[in-house]
Design a protein around this ligand. Structure first.
Ligand code: MG
Length: 327
């Protein structure tokens, strides 16, 4: 587009149209700074990461996963967690309600997080044995045993714990994953004390009927949508359709990544976290509150893409920032 041409936002958008049975507001759990950047081949300077997180907060996001206190050998891109956290921990004072969770793989990671006054943590489990072995170096039972003291000690410190559950629909080594298996492992994570369960479609193979079926499986086990979040990947273009299916089931917490950053470094076929901008575009059109300033967020993702040296894969970012003209 030329500099004089008005943007689509300046031209005005159709009035939002609400659909029955959807939540009035969605809490976006922004994962770009952690899940996104951990999958980038290059490491960004810590100051750029801190500015990215500050810009996400300024754009209205109120849950911004900041980093991972994992061993640097496993995720070298996030080896600077100790340097990063002091640069961002004043942000909640500036933006009331802002939470900056971090991923913690074990007790050692928890100790590091506690030393930096972290107030929210997450653990990362797998619904399948194959991915648990490859990603965590131990099977499902052993990984839950590893998390038990992490969750207990965090709760004793007043820190809520999100439980990520990956491979909820398909697994690159095992194929389709039965919903009953996902419900079983998810139930065990909640029994440990996790306060929220994020259901991850790590390789992006899920479709809306399967999403509805899985959330119904949790409901049948007494686990309601208020305890669930969804984490979809756009590998096969299903992320927004799956999100809408989850919203219809009553889920109102959705994970996404600014600019569509990242996928999963341990699963070759996993590309494309759902882009936050694409998600906000849909939610805005449905009249669902997110608190996000979409142009400010898209500008942030464009800014970060320039620092990474490649365009954002988010269609909304490309459309809103005119990035398509540069392809
Ligand atoms: Mg992801």
């Amino acid at each position: 587009m030329s500099a004089t041409e008005p943007t689509v936002l300046e031209l005005g958008l159709p009035a939002p149209v609400r659909l029955d049975g959807l939540p009035s507001a969605v809490r976006i759990h922004e994962v770009g700074a952690r899940d996104g950047l951990q999958n980038e081949p290059a490491s960004l300077p810590v100051e750029v990461k801190a500015e990215f997180i500050a810009r996400l907060a300024a754009a209205g996001l109120r849950t911004v996963e900041a980093t991972s206190f994992v061993h640097p050998k496993w995720v070298p891109q996030l080896a600077d967690a100790e340097q990063l956290f002091p640069l961002v921990q004043a942000l909640p004072g500036q933006y009331p309600g802002l939470r900056l969770p971090v991923l913690v793989p074990n007790e050692r990671g928890l100790d590091r997080a506690l030393a930096h006054q972290v107030r929210d943590i997450a653990v990362f489990a797998s619904a399948t044995e194959s991915f648990a072995e490859r990603n965590l170096g131990r099977g499902v039972d052993a990984s839950l045993e590893m998390f038990a003291p992490v969750v207990r000690r965090a709760l004793e410190s007043g820190i809520p714990v999100r439980g990520y559950l990956s491979m909820c629909f398909g697994d690159p080594w095992e194929g389709p994953v039965p919903a009953s298996q996902v419900v079983e492992v998810g139930h065990r994570l909640l029994e440990l004390g996790c306060t929220e369960l994020s259901l991850g479609d790590t390789i992006g193979t899920g479709t809306p009927g399967q999403v509805t079926d899985l959330i119904g499986g949790f409901a049948a086990r007494g686990i309601g949508p208020e305890q669930l979040a969804v984490h979809f990947h756009d590998t096969y273009g299903q992320a927004l359709a799956n999100t809408l299916a989850a919203l219809r089931c009553g889920v109102s917490t959705v994970d996404s990544s600014a600019g569509g950053l990242g996928g999963c470094p341990y699963a070759k076929s996993a590309t494309g976290n759902l882009a936050t901008e694409d998600l906000v575009w849909m939610l805005n059109g449905l009249g669902i509150e997110t608190g996000v300033d979409l142009p400010a967020l898209a500008a942030t993702s464009k800014w970060l893409a320039d620092r990474l040296g490649r365009p954002s894969p988010s269609r909304a970012v490309r459309a809103l920032t005119g990035s398509d003209a540069q392809q």
